[in-house]
Design a protein around this ligand. Structure first.
Ligand code: SF4
Length: 499
C-alpha cells in the first residue's frame, strides 16, 4: 500500500466526501490508495498507530477548521516516529494563509483548493520523481465533466449508518464576506444526468439519507426541480421506505414551481437550511451580502405555513456593524416567523475570508485559535459576546432541541431576545455551565425562572409536563421506515413534528 488518505471527521456520522473525491480521481494510483477516517477526540497515538499500520509512503490528510489542532498533533507525531512518510495536506483550512500555519510547516506538501487533479499528480511525482520542488501546490480546477464522481465509494456501512453527502454543484456566486464560498465568484454544476444516475445507484443500494453540500441549492431552478422530482418519485414509489433530503437554499429565490415541489414532500422527508445571517441592511451592505429581507421573510413564512419542510434558519451574531439591539430585532423578527430551528451562530474568521478587511474599522477581535470566533467588536464588548455565546448554547438546548415546545412561548413572551437573554444570564448564574445540564435539571430551572417571573406554579408544571409527555409521544412518531436511521439523523425534527 502506498497512499493513505485520512482525516478526522467531526462525527462518525459524517463520511468525508472530499477524500472520496480524491480516491475516485487517483487514476492509475487508485489501486494503491486507501481511506482511513477518524473522529475528533481520538487519541493522537492511536490515530498515528493506525495510520502506520498501513505502512504508507504518502499520507494525505484533510484539514478543516474542526480538526486542525488535532491534525497538527497527528502530523507532528508522525514526523517524529516515521519521518520517511511524506505528508501531503489539503482541505479548506490549509488552502489559505498556508505558510503561517504550524501544520503546514510540519508537513511536506500542501495542495490548496481543488485536489482532484493536483493531488494524484503530486503523488506521482513523489513516487516516481523528480522530487517536487515547491511545498505549496495550488490545486488545478478540472472542468466539472472531468471530475470522476465518488459515490460508489460509499460502502455498505456508510450507506447504513452515515450521512451521505452529495453535491450537484460547487461554488457560490454570492459574496458574503464571512464565507469561504464568497471566493468562488460563481457556481459550477456537475452534469445533472450523471449525478442523478449516481443518486439512483445509491438509492438502489439502500441509501435514504442525502445531505446536499451545494452552497445554494436553488440557484438553477430547473436543476433543483429535477433533483426534487427524483426524491418525489422515490417517495411515491416507496412510501414505506422514504428518502430524506437536506438542501441549503437562499430564501429570497423560491419561484412558484419550486414551492410547488417543496409542498409535495411529506413530513419528515425534507430539511431546508436557510441562511438569513442578518436582517440588518447596513450590515448586509458591509459584508456584501445581497438579500431581499421582505421576500426572505415572506418565503420562510410560506414554508412554515404551507409546506412540511423542516426549516433550519441561520443567524450570525458579531458581524461588523451589528450591535446587540439590531441583532435582537433580527432575532425577534425571525422568531415571529416560527421556523423549527434558529441556528444562532457567532461570527468566525475562516481563513481566507474577506471579512478581515473590516478589522480596523469595526475593531474586530478574533480568537487566534480555531474556530477563530469573534471575541469583541466596536459595538459588542467581550463580556456581552460571551453572553451571546451562552445564549446560543442555551437556545440550542431549550428551543432548537424541541424539548420545550409548549413551554418556550411562555419563556419568550412578546420580547423573545430580551427574555431569553434574561433566562440565559439567570441559568448561567445558577449553573456556571452551558454543557452537561441534565434535561430534568434544565426543566426544573426553566420552571423556576418562569415562576420567578410571576407564572403560576400549576401552569408551569402543566406546561413542562406536556413537554415531557411530548417526549414520550415522540417515541411513537417515526419517519416511516428506516426508523432507527431516520430517528438518529433527525431526532430534533421528529420532536418538532411531534410538538
Ligand atoms: S453565505 Fe451562502 S450565499 Fe453567501 S457566499 Fe456563502 S454560500 Fe454563498
Amino acid at each position: 500500500m502506498t497512499i493513505l488518505l485520512s482525516t478526522l471527521n467531526a462525527r462518525f456520522a459524517h463520511a468525508s466526501l472530499g477524500l472520496r473525491y480524491l480516491i475516485a480521481n487517483m487514476g492509475d494510483l487508485q489501486g494503491d490508495t486507501r481511506l482511513q477516517e477518524f473522529v475528533i477526540g481520538a487519541k493522537t497515538t492511536e490515530v498515528v498507530e493506525r495510520i502506520l499500520a498501513y505502512q504508507p509512503r504518502i499520507v494525505g490528510l484533510g484539514v478543516y477548521i474542526w480538526n486542525v489542532e488535532e491534525s497538527t498533533r497527528v502530523v507532528a507525531m508522525l514526523k517524529r516516529v516515521a519521518p520517511e512518510i511524506v505528508i501531503v495536506l489539503g482541505g479548506p483550512e490549509v488552502s489559505h494563509e498556508t505558510q503561517e500555519q504550524h501544520i503546514a510547516q510540519l508537513a511536506d506538501y500542501v495542495v490548496t483548493g481543488w485536489g482532484e487533479a493536483t493531488f494524484p499528480q503530486l503523488c506521482r511525482q513523489i513516487l516516481n520523481g523528480p522530487k517536487p520542488l515547491m511545498k505549496i501546490h495550488a490545486g488545478v480546477q478540472l472542468p466539472m465533466s472531468e471530475i470522476k464522481l465518488p459515490y460508489a465509494l460509499y460502502d455498505d456501512k456508510d450507506i447504513a449508518h452515515r450521512n451521505l453527502y452529495v453535491e450537484a454543484s460547487r461554488g457560490c456566486p454570492f459574496k458574503c464576506e464571512f464565507c469561504l464560498s464568497s471566493l468562488d465568484k460563481t457556481s459550477w454544476p456537475f452534469d445533472l444526468d450523471a449525478f442523478l444516475a449516481e443518486l439512483e445507484a445509491l438509492h438502489a443500494r439502500g441509501a435514504r439519507l442525502f445531505k446536499f453540500v451545494d452552497r445554494t441549492f436553488n440557484l438553477n431552478i430547473k436543476s433543483s426541480l429535477r433533483i426534487m422530482q427524483f426524491f418525489l418519485d422515490k417517495l411515491a414509489q416507496h412510501p414505506d421506505d422514504p428518502v430524506y433530503a437536506h438542501f441549503e437554499v437562499v430564501p429570497d429565490h423560491l419561484p412558484d414551481a419550486l414551492k410547488e415541489a417543496i409542498r409535495k414532500f411529506p413530513p419528515g422527508t425534507l430539511q431546508l437550511e436557510i441562511g438569513i445571517q442578518t436582517f440588518n441592511p447596513e450590515v448586509q451592505a458591509i459584508i456584501s451580502r445581497k438579500q431581499n429581507d421582505e421576500k426572505s421573510a415572506a418565503n420562510i413564512r410560506w414554508l412554515c405555513e404551507q409546506s412540511h419542510a423542516h426549516l433550519h434558519v441561520d443567524l450570525i451574531a458579531g458581524l461588523p456593524g451589528e450591535d446587540i439591539d439590531s441583532f435582537a430585532r433580527g432575532f425577534d423578527r425571525l422568531v415571529a416567523i416560527k421556523p423549527h430551528e434558529i441556528q444562532f451562530g457567532i461570527l468566525k474568521r475562516l481563513r481566507g475570508t474577506p471579512v478581515i478587511r473590516h478589522t480596523e474599522a469595526y475593531k474586530l477581535v478574533f480568537d487566534p485559535h480555531p474556530p477563530y470566533t469573534i471575541l469583541s467588536t466596536d459595538r459588542i464588548g467581550f463580556t456581552d459576546m460571551q453572553r451571546l455565546v451562552r445564549f446560543a448554547r442555551y437556545w440550542d438546548m431549550i428551543a432548537n432541541s424541541g424539548r420545550f415546545a409548549n413551554t418556550l412561548p411562555f419563556v419568550l413572551g412578546d420580547a423573545p431576545f430580551e427574555r431569553f437573554m434574561a433566562l440565559s444570564d439567570w441559568l448561567y448564574a445558577r449553573t456556571d455551565a452551558t454543557h452537561r445540564i441534565a434535561l430534568d435539571r434544565l426543566a426544573a430551572l426553566v420552571g423556576q425562572w418562569l415562576q420567578e417571573r410571576g407564572h403560576d406554579a400549576a401552569q408551569v408544571a402543566s406546561l413542562l409536563g406536556s413537554d415531557y409527555a411530548g417526549q414520550a409521544n415522540m417515541q411513537h412518531i417515526k419517519v416511516k421506515s428506516n426508523k432507527e436511521r431516520s430517528d438518529v439523523a433527525n431526532p430534533r425534527q421528529t420532536r418538532h413534528i411531534a410538538a
